[in-house]
Design a protein around this ligand. Structure first.
Ligand SMILES: CC(C)(COP(=O)(O)OP(=O)(O)OC[C@H]1O[C@@H](n2cnc3c(N)ncnc32)[C@H](O)[C@@H]1OP(=O)(O)O)[C@@H](O)C(=O)NCCC(=O)NCCS
Length: 201
């Protein structure tokens, strides 16, 4: 079993689902991250990504994610499609707090890849990894209150809306409300998602 306390970079697994391969993020992904996440339609929904996203800033973002994993703070996966090969379409991550066996889920996809169910598939696979293979107790996510598309992704993954933090995030000159979503391991284990067909290896 691979635990969230792992500090060995070589231990980050590659996860498979019907259409996707979620592989460890790497330095070579910086250019794709800059181009795809720096798109205003993507960056506007994220807390830590500017638009535009200069390459050197994106490279530091990637390095910070790799460093976070090495320090036991949880993995960031590059979302890739089996048919397209290693090309990064987006990322999905778990920022973990090992002491509490909880992790914050984060994700984004390049705009051209929206609307095909890929985010839902990636999130579902990562939740399975979190609860089955990593024995986490809780996974939660924070989503800008107007981001209905992302809320739908979380609901389809079995996550419940737990409340709203008013004016929690500063985006440009505005303070925006942020909805909290979460799911506990027991809830996920009892859900139809847990009984779904095992992912393709
Ligand atoms: C959020 C994001 C990852 C979703 O990607 P995606 O691949 O389009 O998501 P999916 O196709 O798996 O699911 C989207 C769901 O939202 C629904 N949806 C689309 N537009 C919607 C809208 N305006 N209102 C409500 N639901 C909407 C879709 O119909 C779909 O639900 P369904 O399967 O029941 O039909 C993508 O839009 C993105 O990267 N956004 C910017 C970054 C971001 O918001 N990240 C999350 C931060 S919490």
């Amino acid at each position: 079993m691979i635990g969230p306390l792992s500090t060995d970079l070589t231990q980050q697994p590659t996860l498979h689902s019907a259409r996707l391969i979620l592989r460890p993020l790497c330095s070579e992904d910086a250019a794709a991250v800059a181009a795809l996440a720096g798109d205003r339609r993507v960056a506007s929904q994220l807390a830590d990504v500017p638009s535009p996203f200069p390459l050197d800033v994106a490279a530091r973002w990637v390095e910070a994610r790799l460093d976070r994993f090495v320090r036991g703070g949880g993995p960031t996966f590059a979302i890739t499609e089996r048919v397209r090969g290693a090309m990064l379409l987006g990322t999905v991550s778990l920022r973990s707090v090992p002491r509490d066996r909880r992790a914050e889920l984060g994700y984004w996809l390049g705009h051209e890849f929206w609307g095909a169910g890929l985010a839902s598939e990636a999130v579902s696979r990562v939740l399975r990894w979190a609860f089955v293979e990593s024995n986490l107790h809780r996974v939660y996510a924070q989503v800008i209150a107007t981001n209905q598309r992302s809320q739908r992704v979380l609901e389809k993954a079995g996550m419940e809306r737990e409340g709203t933090r008013r004016g929690h995030l500063k985006k440009g000159r505005r303070f925006v409300d942020v909805d909290q979503y979460g799911i506990l391991r027991d809830e996920w284990m009892k859900s139809p998602l847990a009984g779904a067909k095992a992912p393709h290896r």
